[in-house]
Design a protein around this ligand. Structure first.
Ligand SMILES: Cc1ncc(COP(=O)(O)O)c(C=O)c1O
Length: 396
């Protein structure tokens, strides 16, 4: 099964990271999924339905757009992979389409999910409406307030949004609630995890569903530039699903540089940050061994970022391994840098990015590229959900 030293082995390990550290009560659920996911994903009927929905419902392939004015500004060749143009406004729907088909194959009729920015919640509520399945989304109270448009969308789509009221009342806490629900409903429920986090096989399964991003970049770049491989692929990392999809088909090609952008919040050393690679130590969160922000005695540190989707104290095990092995270059970006970059892209390219994505556009103040370099940035989502935060920040 292992295709590369950067992908999961059969126990779900990426180097020393990954695995399935779960309470006994969750074992039947994850084991059922582990035993079946690869077989189901490889069935021609599954692939056909997955591809057809990605094409006709999600709107794939998404364009690979040469950002002319941005390229001129930074004197390099910048392409944007337009995941913001996916139905529902972000890459998250690639994964929820895959997992809803998986849930149906496994005979599940109740769907739960966690969400931070609300994009994964909306993408889950959307596919549940599409398939006529019950949908419950857990979301931190803080995120319910700062991503209000997405909460309204989930309700409109027929989902129930349940607030998580513990801890920092953000993504970590919503994930805790979803896991608790799953333990209590082991038979009829499928948990659609929204990133490359959680116990094996989730990180591998979600990465495979998102791999369509780099699959498309390869042939689109070949059409535009006569070569499949850019010099760099760049993505923001919350749990790491849009990044995993962007890197996937380039992981073993060391000529392609991998840049991962993390949320530094108010600064890496400010005590209000979510820069996991800089601050994290080996630990276990949500069933996976990974890098994790924690106190000296192993208590999880409450993270902070202006972007709900990057406000998580861990990172998926693939990314922990990419960091530890040196394969990827991790760059922390502060709230202020991300907001300024979001405004810059809006006014240079006419595209308002999600605040998560805006972090990725701030790298040009930290890294210099050659004029002939091709840099592909994954534009993971659109900024509609963040308008109020942009308005408040810039006093628009
Ligand atoms: C637009 C967008 N980009 C990125 C992320 C971060 O998630 P991930 O790291 O799994 O791609 C989110 C999460 O909600 C998001 O909405």
């Amino acid at each position: 099964m292992k295709m590369s030293k950067y992908q999961a082995d059969e126990k779900g390990y990426y180097g020393e990271f990954g695995g399935a550290f779960i309470p006994e009560m969750l074992y039947p659920n994850t084991e059922e999924l582990r035993q079946n996911y690869l077989r189901i994903m490889e069935e021609p009927g599954f692939q056909e339905e997955f591809r057809q929905l990605l094409r006709d419902y999600v709107g794939r392939p998404t364009p690979l757009y040469y950002a002319k004015r941005l390229s001129e500004k930074f004197n390099t060749r910048i392409y944007l992979k337009r995941e913001d143009l996916c139905h529902t406004g972000a890459h998250k729907v690639n994964n929820t389409i895959g997992q809803i088909l998986m849930a149906k194959k496994l005979g599940k009729n109740r769907i739960i999910a966690e969400t931070g920015a609300g994009q994964h919640g909306v993408a889950t509520a959307t596919v549940c409406a599409l398939m006529g399945l019950e949908c419950i989304v857990y979301m931190g109270e803080v995120d319910i307030a700062r991503q209000a448009p997405n909460v309204a969308r989930m309700k409109m789509l027929g989902a129930e949004v349940r607030p998580a009221k513990s801890g920092s009342r953000t993504l970590k806490d919503a994930t805790n609630e979803a896991i608790r629900d799953w333990i209590n409903n082991p038979v009829d429920t499928h948990y659609i995890i929204g990133s490359v986090v959680g116990p094996h096989p989730y990180p591998d399964m979600v990465a495979r569903f998102q791999a369509v991003i780099s699959e498309e970049i390869k042939w689109q770049l070949k059409e535009k530039e006569g070569r499949e491989d850019p010099d760099y692929v760049v993505a923001c990392v919350g749990g790491g699903s849009n990044a995993a999809g962007t890197y996937y088909h380039y992981l073993d090609n060391e000529k392609v540089g991998i840049i991962a952008v993390e949320a530094a919040g108010k600064g890496v050393e400010s005590g209000e940050s979510a820069a996991t690679s800089a601050l994290g130590k080996v630990g276990i969160i949500h069933g996976s061994k990974t890098l994790l922000m924690q106190t000296g005695d192993g208590q999880i540190t409450e993270p902070y970022s202006i972007s709900a989707g990057l406000d998580y104290p861990g990172v998926g095990p693939m990314h922990a391994h990419l960091f530890k092995s040196g394969r990827a270059d991790f760059i922390p970006i502060t709230d202020d840098e991300a907001m300024a970059a979001g405004l810059m892209v809006s006014q240079l390219e006419g595209i308002i990015p999600a605040i998560e994505t805006s972090h990725a556009f701030a790298i040009f103040d930290h890294r210099q590229f050659r004029p002939e370099d091709i840099v592909v940035i994954n534009l993971s989502g659109r900024g509609d959900k963040d308008l109020q935060t942009y308005i408040d920040y810039f006093k628009l």
